[in-house]
Design a protein around this ligand. Sequence first.
Ligand SMILES: Cc1cc2nc3c(=O)[nH]c(=O)nc-3n(C[C@H](O)[C@H](O)[C@H](O)COP(=O)(O)OP(=O)(O)OC[C@H]3O[C@@H](n4cnc5c(N)ncnc54)[C@H](O)[C@@H]3O)c2cc1C
Length: 407
Amino acid sequence: MTEKSFDVLICGGGMTGAGLASVLAKQGLTVAVFEAQKPAEFDLSQAFDLRISALSPQTKSVLERTDAWQKLQAMRACPYRRMRVWEMQGFGDLTFDATQVQASELGHIVENRVTQLALWQTIADMPEVTVLCPEKPVKTYRQGDQVFVHTEAGKTYTGKLLVAADGGPSMVRQQFGIGVNRGQYEQACLVVSVNTALGQQDITWQRFTATGPQAFLPLPGQHGSVVWYHHADEVRRLNKLSNEELAQEIMSQFPQQLGQIEVLEKSYFNLQKQHAQDYVQDGLALIGDAAHMINPLAGQGVNLGFQDVACLDEVIADARAAGKDWWRADVLQDYQQRRRWANRLMMQSMDAFYHGFSNEQSGLKWLRNGVLAMANLTPIKRQVIRYAMGMQDVTSTAGKVLGRWVG
Ligand SMILES: Cc1cc2nc3c(=O)[nH]c(=O)nc-3n(C[C@H](O)[C@H](O)[C@H](O)COP(=O)(O)OP(=O)(O)OC[C@H]3O[C@@H](n4cnc5c(N)ncnc54)[C@H](O)[C@@H]3O)c2cc1C
């Protein structure tokens, strides 16, 4: 028996699923969000979560539309104003500064759970949104002009549009028969939560080495996150060290900018890329990691997900204003065309970084140092900063950079 009907059913109440629910509800659509796992409540005395993301100003503006940003800031977030990228034993050394684009910051480092909780607090106040948690869709399909979700609890929900926001493995994507192009990287990454001897920092940095990047992301106070990319075997070895041994190993291998650290917690992630062959069907749209997973080395994954959210919201709003059936594939194609291309370009850029910088061939070493040096030219640097901040779309950035290069 049908339990309840909504305009939109979203499978997955992570950052992108909850984000989409908030903006669609603001349009006046009724939304059900199915989430298997309730995020733990926030308390300022808690240790920092290992899973953090660098949120771009563009993501911030999506979250500001529904006051989620204010809620996030009331918990905790660390603005960063500068970003340095350089190569070990190379001459390329690049520092981006928010002041170069008249901005107050380049982005914020935020725990994933804090972003998710801020969005959950927002949608809890919206009568259009029903959060079903813990609730797991087990069967999803389309019949006639409706989508159906059967849940583990034996309930059935119907809607006009089903959105897969259920992460990389996406059960919904699989049940609708959408394939993926997939690849695995040789490197894995170790993520380490640390206390540092230095005071509050406003710089995030990344040094490229032949075995992979070494990065630091600041968190509020004397906290931070160390990210170490290396061969998967080496990352597994490092992950087995005691916290004290790991701290010594990091301090001996990382640049001296890191200073003294104390390791609090660690975990590692295998790196993979994955791209859905289609983002839409009649009554279906994929967003976030359900649609694309990229190498996290430039911290763009969930930012792309929030751009999906903004784009899908806009496509649906425009179609509704024009009196169109906004859940149909011919309308949703616009979303697919805009987002799939942009996500693919970012994925390929990450591949170029990964392969270009994890290589000791001398020709390539000169080339990448030349690229870093070229990017240091003020006009190009400004364009790169704007792109990384999401202040400029990729087409105009690429066009302007190329335009300046060829004169
Ligand atoms: C090491 C690492 C570092 C990263 N750093 C950054 C960064 O700095 N910046 C950045 O932008 N991105 C970063 N990313 C990427 C970012 O973490 C992901 O892009 C982001 O988490 C994707 O969000 P999502 O909401 O699409 O999916 P997910 O976070 O995977 O959320 C999916 C949700 O769906 C739920 N779910 C799944 N299946 C079901 C089901 N059947 N029923 C009900 N619920 C279900 C899950 O419980 C979960 O809550 C990083 C990734 C890694 C691995």
